[in-house]
Ligand binder design. Structure first.
Ligand code: G1P
Length: 541
């Protein structure tokens, strides 16, 4: 029986963001998750009797929302729901399942790298039939619907689907299939990469430490690295997904994967250290941290060593704040480089149109046209494929890359939980000063240009404005200022610092020293301390 529940509009999703991300307590309010899910169902493009994919990263509240979403999908005319066993589907695996089974879309229950638990964060986003995050036109329509919604629908009665049991059951007129969350994805990875070469190298001493951060990627890593590729048991650390990620942030960066970093800088380091929460990844070689921007560039330069990319790349896409390291690779390969606003959704049209094959962001997202999401294990496997085929250590690959293309020293400074009005005032003042910046000098740095980044999608012509302030210097260095769109507490100011050294330049220096002048210039230009009272960033990645 279908029940119609009366509700009132809610001010949930921020316009322009790819989903709803809030504290669990907010999601636990009556009608809250339901309003968003119903808004998705009301506006999503879908043929009658379509398939919906549902899965999440296993964080606290995952099962509750999945049970409700299944009943709502049944009441909203879906013919079939595919849901990962235990409510688990990593974001890239969900993207693959949507594409493989021709679903009209999917609900992905994740707050990405934000912490989990009763007092932490939860999130829902909608991905469309290409497997990627809903584009802005769709998220705007969902947001508009949340402003007028007055009812949501669900099928009443009967037991909730047993998410732990593989197999098929019926909810109303709809079929629910609980699927193995790992198998399809692992098969796809086996098609893309040279598993034989990696297996052989593993047998000859290629070693890896993989930190799954108690996040959704653990089961995938156990299956692929330890079972299919033959790395020894224990290769995957923190491999059991926990509702609160063991009270850590599932954010693979130098702060949250510190234990891995320390291991990789010690004499006991394996050949490759990698961390992933599912969609993001961190790559550390023995004695050398590879920035995500460099990882994108190095993977693009050597991707032809993996079977799926042996025919070459169609193009490379990176978000604007990501360093320009990949630009030099694209130039050398004679392929286009696309600079997009922050957020994976902007890569979707380029991948769909065959304009790019590989894409990435400085925030540790890397991926390719095999799915429409960033894919942490994919990046790790491509690195392993390259290490196995070349037989070179990460340090040598990096050194040779920099000697050929030059090196983009890079860091991101985050100032978290700033009062929203103060962050807004800082950005407003910065924007007002843009016209006066060119020609001004800050220590040894002279501004050559300054603007607000705007983007016109080369495929669908859609426009995105106010995507971050860029300050370019005559020497090729750059500072970018933007406010995070994913935080759940106040505002987060991100300051991205980049300094380029050509192939004949200083290639083996410590990053903080190389960026010191840029840090001082950022303070002088934006007045961070005056606006926010902060004299140092909370997180440096
Ligand atoms: C952050 C990252 C961005 C990424 C997004 C979703 O967004 O910076 O690259 O696409 O998370 O994972 P932000 O908080 O900066 O808006």
């Amino acid at each position: 029986m279908i029940t119609t529940v009366a509700t009132t509009p809610f001010d949930g999703q921020k316009p322009g963001t790819s989903g709803l991300r809030k504290k669990v307590r907010v999601f636990q309010q009556a009608n809250y998750a339901e309003n968003f899910i119903q808004s998705v169902f009301d506006v999503a493009e879908r043929a009658p009797a379509s398939t919906l994919v549902i899965g999440g990263d296993g964080r606290f509240h995952n099962r509750t929302v999945i049970a409700r979403a299944i009943r709502m999908a049944a009441a909203n005319g879906y013919a079939r729901v595919l849901v990962g066993q235990g409510g688990i589907l990593s974001t890239p695996a969900a993207s693959h399942v949507i594409r493989k089974y021709g679903a009209s879309g999917g609900l992905i229950l994740s707050a990405s790298h934000n912490p989990g638990g009763p007092d932490e964060d939860f999130g829902i986003k909608y991905n469309i039939a290409n497997g990627g995050p809903a584009p802005e036109a769709v998220t705007e329509a969902i947001h508009a619907r949340t402003q007028t919604i007055d009812r949501w629908l669900m099928v009443d009665g009967g037991e909730d689907v047993d998410l732990d049991c593989l197999g098929t059951s019926q909810v109303g007129d709809m079929v629910v299939e609980v699927i193995d969350p790992v198998a399809d994805y692992a098969d796809l990875m086996e098609e893309l990469f040279d598993f034989d070469a990696i297996r052989t190298a593993a047998g000859h001493g290629l070693s890896v430490a993989f930190d799954a951060m108690h996040a959704v990627t653990g089961p995938y890593a156990h299956e692929i690295l330890e079972r299919r590729l033959g790395f020894p048991a224990g290769t995957v650390h923190n491999g059991t997904p926990l509702e609160d990620f063991g009270e850590h942030h599932p954010d693979p960066n130098l702060v949250h994967a510190r234990v891995l970093y320390d291991l990789m800088m010690s004499p006991d380091a394996p050949a490759l250290g990698a961390a992933s929460d599912g969609d993001r990844n961190l790559i550390i070689g023995k004695g050398v941290f590879i920035t995500p921007s460099d990882s994108l560039a190095m993977l693009a330069a050597d991707a032809h060593l993996a079977p799926a990319y042996a025919g070459g790349l169609k193009g490379i896409a990176r978000s604007m704040p990501t360093s320009a390291a990949a630009d030099r690779v694209a130039e050398a390969l004679g392929i286009p480089l696309w600079e997009t606003p922050t957020g994976w959704k902007f890569f979707g049209t380029l991948l769909d149109a065959g304009k790019a094959t590989i894409c990435g962001e400085e925030s540790a997202g890397t991926g390719s046209d095999h799915v429409r999401e960033k894919d942490g294990l994919w990046a790790v496997l491509l690195w392993l494929n390259i290490l196995a085929v070349t037989g070179k250590p990460v340090m040598q690959i990096a050194a040779e890359h920099w000697a050929r293309f030059g090196r983009n020293y890079y860091a991101r400074h985050d100032y978290e939980a700033i009062a929203t009005d103060k962050a807004g005032a800082l950005m407003a003042a910065l924007e007002a000063s843009l016209g006066a910046l060119p020609g001004q000098s800050f220590g040894p740095l002279t501004v050559s240009a300054a603007d607000q980044f705007a983007y016109t999608d080369p495929v669908d012509g859609s426009e995105s404005r106010n995507q971050g302030v860029r300050v370019m210097f005559a020497c090729g260095s750059r500072i970018v200022f933007r406010l995070s769109g994913t935080g759940t507490e106040g505002a987060t100011l991100r300051v991205y610092l980049e300094r380029y050294e050509g192939p004949d330049g200083r290639l083996a220096e410590e990053t903080p020293a190389m960026l010191a002048d840029l840090v001082a210039a950022a303070e002088a230009i934006a007045g961070i301390a005056a606006h926010t009272g902060r004299t140092a960033p909370d997180v440096v990645t």
